[in-house]
Design a binder for this molecule. Structure first.
Ligand SMILES: *[C@@H]1O[C@H](CO)[C@@H](O)[C@H](O)[C@H]1NC(C)=O
Ligand SMILES: *[C@@H]1O[C@H](CO)[C@@H](O)[C@H](O)[C@H]1NC(C)=O
Ligand SMILES: *[C@@H]1O[C@H](CO)[C@@H](O)[C@H](O)[C@H]1NC(C)=O
Ligand SMILES: *[C@@H]1O[C@H](CO)[C@@H](O)[C@H](O)[C@H]1NC(C)=O
Ligand SMILES: *[C@@H]1O[C@H](CO)[C@@H](O)[C@H](O)[C@H]1NC(C)=O
Length: 829
């Protein structure tokens, strides 16, 4: 068995052809929900944020963030990009813990883990749990449910979901065991009738808060508070004997669920926010309470009452330098804006961040800017002016070393500022988006246009983005895709002979869900040939740009020429894969199951094309960007190619199997590189070939892309050796390099890496910079449905089914349609 040191030596000695070096395509604005932010209480400048499906980030001194979990979410470990809690060790600024896992139901096949880093997230070790962790589940913004004893670095508590109760480590996170004396493992289920298990799971424990002012017993903090999602008996429990016995805290308010519980040590007080829902989308009532540790008394300090109290409370920031100063947020005040309250007298009195003067006029006690992500202004604040301050505000922190510095997570981004105490002096603060470096988009489709726009990115929740040239990839776009602005864009394609012509599809019923551009995706117009009931799926633009073929999610495959009304293509099964020939306007291709189809009359009719002998499942179809009639098809058995418009196919390679998205991009000289996600000699990952599929090189290296079945792929049409990977939650990565052919010598680094899975101890060491585990060639379980929250679920009438920041189920029960009410809220009606 190799130690990691031996492994490192081996890697250094081997003649490694390095895998490509990956960077994020920049949006600068996060793009999704940030349920948790944690500052180190004792060391200035150390802070972390967790995204529900997009990994963990460390704060830098210039307000930007560095991703720190990009080496731990490979194909079989994709769920490590979900985290349900973070904790720092108060006695060691280098130590950070994360509870990792995405779903507790069947969408996530693996049990969760408590990951620990002793170098601020550069490397991680894992303590596997015997149950699942739900980082993208209801209630993920409560907490934190993971905490390190401030008096003892070896003691770590984790409050589990699903009825698994309270867990404790006494060896610094190496092993965890059940605290069986903690009896209330939670009663509340958001929707007991949800057959998917997503909302019917027991919510479980909500937070673990140590009282650092209490005495120690054998070196352990004696007083510990734990929250439970239980609104029928009690929700706040206390131990005063360092976790041996537990009881409900006397005199506590019932009725609601506690979301946050924070200690102000100088005041010797706990502050708690409560909501009638578990979050993150709900809340119509709630409260804020203060518990005085000296007198054991509870005080209701809810900032508003009566008809002004139409929300629950989530985010709670407590100033550690100025006792009595705090900030609380309405979890969701959907209209007219989020609401945040400030107190400088321990909650006795409050002032709001906005208030009505004479309706509809209001005073806004803040200025707002988004220099890091101008598209948030263009695509959100300017559109409806609803909720510019955000929604789903659960994470709200005041920097423990700077009373002016505050951050809060929303459903869209991180916001905050550097003048919070101006609230007290001038009742006005400057708020900006501060998510620079956080990229947590769910990417639906990518395209790079030869001779045209370098990158088109269709995303969930934020519409999409155009990057005109390679030099713009590092600059936050001025706008997302607007007019039409689809909440989620599902597909984008270009016309191969008219490369400024772009088409894209959106996924909400109720308005036309096709946008077309004639300037490369800079500006758009609605394709009024689309019906208002067709949505989703994929689009293919004919070579000359006169015809759109659309494999919708709702109405089968349809065709429209010259923006006329769409007509159904009855020869093609619903949800068929589609592609256009990029050089011959007459040809379209389609596939379903193992059958390939061709149209030679501009998509009017389709006939069965050549057979793919040996393949039982076609996963993706692409046409060569510059050669008419050249088509590539990825399947379970390998990649097939045709040079005669799909009349016949040959098996190009079986060196890769279970091949998902494939792409062609300009290579060196006049070659085109072929890129593919599949199972090859180095496991399930991204491979590239410079010789039309004869030999394959691992291009992924230690970079994580999550599940390969949900990755999107594009080869650059303009920059030699540049390739783009779209992930389900971590945005778009790109890299550039030269593929030299010959896969064996170039991939020894990842072959070696698979040996590190043989570390048969409780801890698996993963060094993100050099190697990775979990993607061995023997791992063949694919998780395409599991990786998507939405594929197997339905919600009923009046339930939410979409909207910016929403990551729940998007399918309405039979008879109902998901209709966008505003950019943030779609409903089944
Ligand atoms: C942990 O302990 C609690 C309380 O005794 C119990 O209800 C729960 O089933 C236990 N969980 C596991 C996974 O053992
Ligand atoms: C518990 O909370 C849920 C969700 O708000 C609510 O439907 C239920 O009535 C509450 N139960 C009690 C006993 O208050
Ligand atoms: C607070 O400051 C902002 C920007 O500086 C300004 O637009 C706003 O009007 C101010 N609010 C009030 C109530 O004066
Ligand atoms: C406390 O807050 C009130 C209300 O916003 C404000 O008028 C007062 O100046 C503040 N006092 C201090 C000392 O911050
Ligand atoms: C922990 O779980 C991961 C993935 O679920 C697995 O690859 C790894 O081998 C496990 N480690 C141990 C020590 O069991």
């Amino acid at each position: 068995m190799w130690t990691s040191k031996a492994l490192a030596l081996l890697l250094a000695a081997a003649p490694i052809e390095a895998a490509f070096s990956w960077s994020s395509v920049k949006t600068g604005g996060g793009g999704g929900f940030i349920p948790g932010i944690v500052f180190h209480p004792k060391t200035k400048g150390v802070a972390y944020a967790r995204a529900d499906i997009g990994g963990i980030y460390r704060l830098n001194s210039d307000d930007s963030w560095t991703p720190i979990s990009d080496g731990i979410a490979q194909d079989s470990t994709w769920h490590n990009w979900g985290s349900d809690a973070l904790a720092v060790d108060p006695q060691n600024a280098d130590v950070v813990y994360a509870a990792l896992g995405m779903y507790t139901n069947s969408w996530d096949p693996n049990n969760g883990a408590i990951a620990k880093s002793t170098d601020q997230g550069s490397t991680w070790t894992f303590s596997n749990l015997t149950f699942k962790v739900g980082g993208n589940m209801p209630g993920r913004g409560t907490g934190e449910r993971l905490a390190v004893d401030p008096a003892n670095s070896n003691i770590v508590y984790y409050g589990a979901r699903s009825g698994h109760g309270l867990w404790k480590s006494t060896d610094g996170g190496v092993t965890f065991s059940n605290v069986t004396s903690f009896k209330n493992t939670g009663t509340y289920r958001e929707d007991p009738s949800d057959s998917t298990g997503y909302e019917s799971d027991i919510m479980g424990l909500l937070f673990v808060t140590f009282d650092s002012t209490s005495s120690t017993i054998s070196g352990a903090t004696s007083r510990i508070f734990v929250g439970v999602a239980d609104n029928t008996t009690a929700s706040v429990y206390v131990s005063t004997d360092a976790g041996s016995t537990w009881s409900a805290l006397a005199g506590q308010p019932g009725t609601f669920f506690p979301h946050k519980c924070k200690l102000q040590p100088t005041e010797k007080a706990l502050y708690l926010t409560y909501s009638d829902g578990i979050g993150p989308y709900d809340g119509t009532n709630g409260a804020v309470w203060r518990y005085d540790l000296t007198t054991s008394t509870w005080t209701n300090i809810t900032p508003v009452s009566g008809s002004n109290l139409y929300f629950g409370f989530g985010g709670l920031g407590v100033d550690m330098l100025k006792p009595g100063y705090l900030v609380v947020a309405a979890l969701n005040s959907w209209w007219p804006n989020a609401q945040i309250f400030r107190s400088n007298d321990s909650g006795t009195t409050w002032s709001p961040i906005w208030e009505w003067t004479s309706y509809p006029s209001m005073n806004q006690y803040y200025g707002l800017s988004t220099p890091n992500a101008p598209w948030i202004n263009t695509g959100f604040w300017e559109v409806t002016n609803d909720e510019p301050l955000g929604w789903m505000i659960e994470a709200l922190e005041i920097d423990p070393f700077n009373s002016d510095h505050w951050l809060y997570g929303t459903g869209l981004t991180i916001m905050g500022g550097h003048d919070l105490t101006s609230w007290d002096s001038a009742h006005n603060v400057s708020i900006s988006t501060l998510a620079n470096g956080i990229e947590e988009m769910a990417v639906e489709s990518l395209a790079s246009v030869p001779g045209g726009s370098e990158l088109l990115v269709a995303v969930g929740d934020d519409s999409g983005f155009t990057y005109a040239s390679s030099s713009s990839l590092g600059t936050a776009p001025a706008s997302n895709w607007m007019a039409p602005e689809f909440t989620t864009s599902t597909s984008v394609d270009y016309a191969g002979l008219a490369v400024a012509d772009i088409v894209r599809s959106g996924n909400s019923a109720g308005t036309q869900q096709l946008g077309v551009s004639s300037n490369g995706g800079s500006t758009w117009s609605i394709d009024y040939g689309a019906s208002t009931t067709a949505y989703g799926g994929t689009v293919a633009y004919s070579a000359s740009g006169d015809t759109v073929l659309w494999s919708t999610a709702s109405q089968g495959v349809m065709r429209s020429q010259y923006t006329n009304s769409f007509t159904s293509i009855s020869a093609l099964p619903a949800t068929a894969l589609i592609a256009s020939d990029k050089q011959n306007d007459n040809y379209f291709y389609a596939a379903y199951a193992s059958t390939f189809y061709v149209s030679s009359n501009n998509g009017q009719t389709f006939a069965t094309g050549g057979s793919l002998s040996g393949a039982s499942q076609i996963n993706y179809v692409i046409a060569h960007p510059t050669t008419a009639g050249k088509v590539y098809v990825s399947t379970n058995a390998g990649i097939y190619a045709s040079t005669n418009f799909g009349s016949s196919f040959t098996l190009l390679t079986s060196a890769l199997t279970n091949v998902y998205e494939i792409a062609l991009g300009v290579g060196s000289g006049s070659t085109w590189y072929l890129y593919a996600f599949g199972t090859g000699p180095d496991g399930n990952r991204l491979y590239g070939s410079a010789d039309n599929g004869n030999t394959w090189t691992d291009l992924q290296g230690s970079q994580s892309f999550g599940s390969i079945a949900s990755c999107k792929l594009a080869g650059s049409g303009n920059v030699a050796g540049q390739v783009y990977v779209g992930t389900n939650g971590r945005g778009v990565f790109y890299a550039k390099g030269t593929i030299t052919g010959g896969s064996t010598s170039g991939t020894s680094s990842t072959s070696a890496s698979s040996t590190s899975t043989s570390h048969a101890t409780t801890l698996t060491t993963i060094t993100t910079s050099t190697t990775t585990t979990g993607s061995t060639a023997t791992t063949t379980t694919h998780t395409s449905t599991a990786a998507t929250t939405t594929s197997t679920c339905t919600v009923g009438q009046y339930y939410q089914c979409g909207g910016s920041g929403y990551t729940g189920c998007t399918n309405c029960a039979s008879g109902y349609t998901c209709v966008a009410q505003n950019p943030y809220y779609s409903q089944c009606i």
